[in-house]
Design a protein around this ligand. Structure first.
Ligand code: NAD
Ligand code: 0WE
Length: 264
């Protein structure tokens, strides 16, 4: 499905990363890939993972808070790929202190960092990707979470950042649509990744979703990867500015049967 297509994936930290599931799926589908890593500590992991793919990808450093690193990535892409068909943004960060305790105590710096890394980075990357996509069109996909529109205990400033991210998807989609570039978001249910490790109560959250979602199970990263493949393929050619839930239907529920019968 992606034979002859080129794209870049931001946000692989280790084998559990959602971005890694996407990279594997796209590699199987025949894409030519570039993968980026945040720092040299994670670069080691990413190079090892990259070596297991069928088509050897470009592997490049990119801390999205460093303008010079973003520049360098897109200079390499322009030189090596010429055209870019897709970009996957799978990056989020807020300082741990701001995800613990009271939302009311969110720090100015924590708020700034969460939005710079998790939201502004999408604008910065889309700006550089657009000229490389303009010739034959392209697809930009980011990862969001239900905590943008519903209050999830402890998600705090990340919820506010995801609300901004989803709005950013819509403004980018409106502006880039005339160039044939689509912009969409996937919204998975909770998945045990590095970004979820050490989140207090995460195991209970997984259990709750498995017990109450319509499909009665947790989200598999491979399901997110398949939906990402849909968004970068022509099957989704009529869709832009959309937030697609890949959460076993969890987000549609009001009250569950167990709760209404007093079991929950
Ligand atoms: P992950 O920790 O594997 O991925 C997060 C990535 O963000 C890491 O690769 C990390 O290196 C990168 N990152 C953080 N700061 C960066 C910076 N300054 N520059 C460059 N990269 C930076 O965790 P994940 O769960 O795969 O998260 C990927 C995306 O999926 C995030 O946007 C997250 O919000 C979203 N998401 C995760 C879940 C879940 O439950 N795991 C659910 C819904 C959405
Ligand atoms: O977006 C996320 C995780 C985002 C995240 C996680 C961390 C933990 C470690 C961003 N920054 C940090 N900073 C750290 O220092 N998810 C959707 C996964 C997640 O995180 C939660 C969740 C879910 C789901 C935090 C609280 C409640 C639910």
């Amino acid at each position: 499905m992606l034979e002859g297509r080129t794209g870049i994936i931001f946000g692989i930290a280790n084998k559990r990363s959602i971005a890694w599931a996407i990279a594997q799926r796209f590699d199987e589908a025949g894409a030519r890939l570039a993968l980026t890593y945040q720092n040299e500590r994670l670069g080691e992991n990413v190079r090892e993972l990259a070596a297991t793919l069928r088509h050897p990808p470009l592997v490049l450093p990119c801390d999205v808070t460093e303008e010079s690193q973003i520049e360098a990535v897109f200079e390499t892409l322009a030189r090596e790929f010429r055209h870019l068909d897709f970009l996957i943004h799978s990056i989020a960060f807020a300082p741990r202190e701001d995800l613990e305790g009271a939302f009311l105590e969110t720090s100015r710096e924590g708020y700034r960092i969460a939005h710079e890394v998790s939201v502004f980075s999408l604008i910065a990357l889309a700006r550089r990707a657009a000229p490389l996509m303009a010739e034959r069109g392209g697809s930009i996909v980011t990862l969001t979470y239900l905590g943008s529109e519903r209050v999830m205990p402890g998600y705090n400033v990340m919820g506010v950042a995801k609300a901004a991210l989803e709005s950013t998807v819509k403004y980018l989609a409106a502006e880039l649509g005339p160039k044939g570039i689509r912009v969409n978001a996937l919204s998975p249910g909770p998945i045990k990744t590095l970004a979820a490790s050490g989140v207090p109560g995460f195991s209970r959250m997984l259990k709750h979703v498995a017990q109450t979602s319509p499909l009665r199970r947790n989200t598999d990263p491979a399901e997110v990867a398949d939906a990402a493949l849909f968004f970068v393929s022509p099957l989704s050619r009529g869709i832009t500015g959309e937030i697609l839930f890949v959460d076993g239907g969890y987000h549609i529920m009001g009250m569950t049967m167990a709760e209404s019968s007093g079991e929950g």
